[in-house]
Design a protein around this ligand. Structure first.
Ligand code: HEM
Ligand code: NFK
Length: 412
C-alpha cells in the first residue's frame, strides 16, 4: 500500500530506524571485518598468489623484486564478486609493500613496475581505496578461523598473507582482528543510541550508553593481548617498515612512480589503525573535538577506509547531537553514562600510549644502543613518526587529552 502522505513523518521513524548497519556494509557479527574472507583467487591469478604465499621468504632472500619483474600483466576482468576484489587488493598491497621495502629503508624502489601498478590501481579504484596497504587489507580482509565454527580468538585465527616477522607479525595482525570483533557490541550500541535519541526513548538510550562503555573496555582488554604475542624489537626492526608509506617519508621524499599509471610520483600515507573506523565512530557519536592538526590527519585517514565505512562515520556526524540531548534532558543517569563512555575512551587511548611507548620509544632506544644487533638496522625515518605519518607521542597525547575535554559537568 502506498504511504499515506498525510501520515506524520514521526510515525515512519517509529518503524524504519534512522541508522542501520546493513546500509553501510557493517556486519551484525563481524562489524567492520570482512566476513569470511576468501583465501583463493581464480587460477588465472596464480602468478599473484604464488608470490603472495611465499612473500616472507622472497623478501628475506631479496628475490621478491626479481619475481615481480617476471610476473605477467594480468587483466582484472576475471575477478568476480566483492570478496575476490578484496583478496586481489590484499595480495597486491602486500606484494607492493614488499617490493618497495625489500632492501630496507636505504634502498627503496622508486618505481612500481606496470605489471603490479596497473592491476593494483585498477582494483583500488574499483574498491574506492588508495593504491597502498591500508588497515582494511592488513586486518579486515586478512583473517580466517582455523575451526570455522569456533570463536574469533587468537588461538582459533590465522592470517592469509604475511610479511617477515614470524609469530610477532601474525599475532600483531590477529590482535587487531580481535579488537575489531570486540568493537561490534559497541557499534551496535551506538546505532541503538542514535535511534533512541530520534524515537525518543531515554531507557533505550541509557542502556545503549552502558553497552558502549562495556565494549570500549573490552577493546582495551583485547589490545592488551599484544604483550603476550608481539616482540617489540621484532615489531620495531623487522615489521614496521613494511607498513610504512611514501608521504612525508624522507626515505621516499617524492613518493612512488606507479609505472603505466602516472609519470609523476604519487604520495600515500602508510598503514595505521588510525584507518580503523571504530574510534572515528565513537568520537563523532560522543562529540569529541580534536585539535585542527589532529582532526586534519584523522579526516585524511577516512579516505583510507572502505567508502561505505567512511559514509557510516559521516551519517553519525549528521545525526542529532548526543551531548545536546544529554544536557537538555537534565537526566543525571544519562549524564553519568555519557561521561563513563568518554572516560573509557580516554582510558583506551592512554593504554594505547603505553603500547606505543614500549613498541616504539623504548624499542628505538634499545636499537640505537645496538643492543639488538641480531636484528636488521631499524629505519631512521620511522624513528620519530608513526607509519601513518604523525609525530608519534604529541599527536596521540593530544588526541587523548581532547577526549577528556568532552566530559560534561552537571552545571553545563
Ligand atoms: C604495537 C602496536 C601499535 C603501535 C606501535 C601503534 C602506534 C600508533 C601510532 C604511532 C599512531 C599515530 C598514527 C600513525 O602515525 O600511525 C597510532 C594511531 C592509532 N592507533 Fe595505534 N599502534 C599500535 C597498535 C594499535 C592497535 C592494536 C590499535 C587498535 C585499536 C590501535 C589503534 C590506533 C588508533 C585508533 C589510532 C588513531 C589515533 C586515535 O584515534 O587515538 N593501535 N598508533
Ligand atoms: N602506526 C603503527 C603501526 C600500526 O600500528 C599499524 C600499521 C598498519 C595497520 C595497522 C596498524 N595498527 C594497528 O592495527 C606504527 O607507527 O608503528
Amino acid at each position: 500500500t502506498s504511504n499515506n502522505i498525510m501520515e506524520p513523518q514521526s510515525q515512519n521513524l517509529k518503524t524504519a530506524p534512522f541508522l542501520t548497519l546493513g546500509r553501510f556494509h557493517i556486519n551484525e557479527d563481524y562489524g567492520f571485518l570482512l566476513p569470511n574472507p576468501l583465501r583463493e583467487l581464480p587460477g588465472h591469478y596464480s602468478p599473484w598468489m604464488e608470490i603472495a604465499n611465499r612473500l616472507p621468504q622472497l623478501i628475506e632472500s631479496h628475490q621478491l623484486r626479481a619475481q615481480v619483474n617476471e610476473m605477467p600483466l594480468l587483466n582484472c576482468q576475471f575477478l568476480t564478486g566483492y570478496r575476490e576484489w578484496r583478496l586481489a587488493r590484499l595480495v597486491l598491497s602486500f606484494i607492493t609493500m614488499g617490493y618497495v621495502w625489500q632492501d630496507g629503508e636505504t634502498q627503496p624502489k622508486q618505481i612500481l613496475p606496470r605489471n603490479l601498478a596497473l592491476p593494483f590501481v585498477e582494483v583500488s579504484r574499483n574498491l574506492g581505496l588508495p593504491p597502498i596497504l591500508v588497515h582494511a587489507d592488513l586486518v579486515l580482509a586478512n583473517w580466517v578461523t582455523r575451526n570455522p565454527g569456533g570463536p574469533l580468538e587468537i588461538r582459533n585465527l590465522d592470517t592469509i598473507v604475511l610479511f617477515p616477522g614470524g609469530e610477532s607479525l601474525r599475532s600483531f595482525i590477529l590482535v587487531n582482528v580481535v579488537v575489531e570483533k570486540a568493537a561490534v557490541p559497541g557499534i551496535k550500541a551506538l546505532v541503538q543510541a542514535v535511534n533512541a535519541i530520534l524515537q525518543p526513548s531515554s531507557d533505550s538510550l541509557l542502556q545503549a550508553l552502558q553497552r558502549l562503555r562495556v565494549s570500549i573496555q573490552d577493546i582495551t582488554r583485547a589490545l592488551g593481548q599484544i604483550h603476550d604475542y608481539v616482540d617489540p624489537d621484532i615489531f620495531y626492526a623487522v615489521i614496521r617498515i613494511f607498513l610504512s608509506g611514501w608521504e612525508n617519508n624522507p626515505a621516499l621524499p617524492v613518493g612512488l612512480v606507479y609505472e603505466g599509471v602516472s609519470k609523476d610520483p604519487l604520495s600515500y600515507a602508510g598503514g595505521s589503525a588510525a584507518q580503523s573506523t571504530i574510534l572515528h565512530s565513537f568520537d563523532e557519536f560522543l562529540g569529541v573535538r580534536h585539535s585542527k592538526k589532529s582532526a586534519e590527519f584523522l579526516r585524511r585517514m577516512r579516505n583510507y577506509m572502505p567508502p561505505s565505512h567512511r559514509a557510516f562515520i559521516e551519517e553519525i556526524r549528521l545525526a542529532p547531537s548526543l551531548r545536546t540531548h544529554v544536557l537538555s534532558s537534565g537526566n543525571s543517569q544519562l549524564l553519568t553514562a555519557y561521561n563513563q563512555c568518554v572516560e573509557s575512551l580516554a582510558a583506551l587511548r592512554t593504554y594505547h600510549l603505553t603500547l606505543v611507548t614500549k613498541y616504539l620509544i623504548v624499542a628505538a632506544s634499545k636499537a640505537k644502543a645496538q643492543r639488538t644487533s641480531h636484528l636488521p638496522r631499524p629505519p631512521q625515518a620511522l624513528e620519530k613518526r608513526g607509519t601513518g605519518g604523525t609525530a608519534i607521542m604529541s599527536f596521540l597525547k593530544d588526541v587523548r587529552d581532547k577526549t577528556l575535554e568532552a566530559l560534561l559537568h552537571p552545571s553545563g
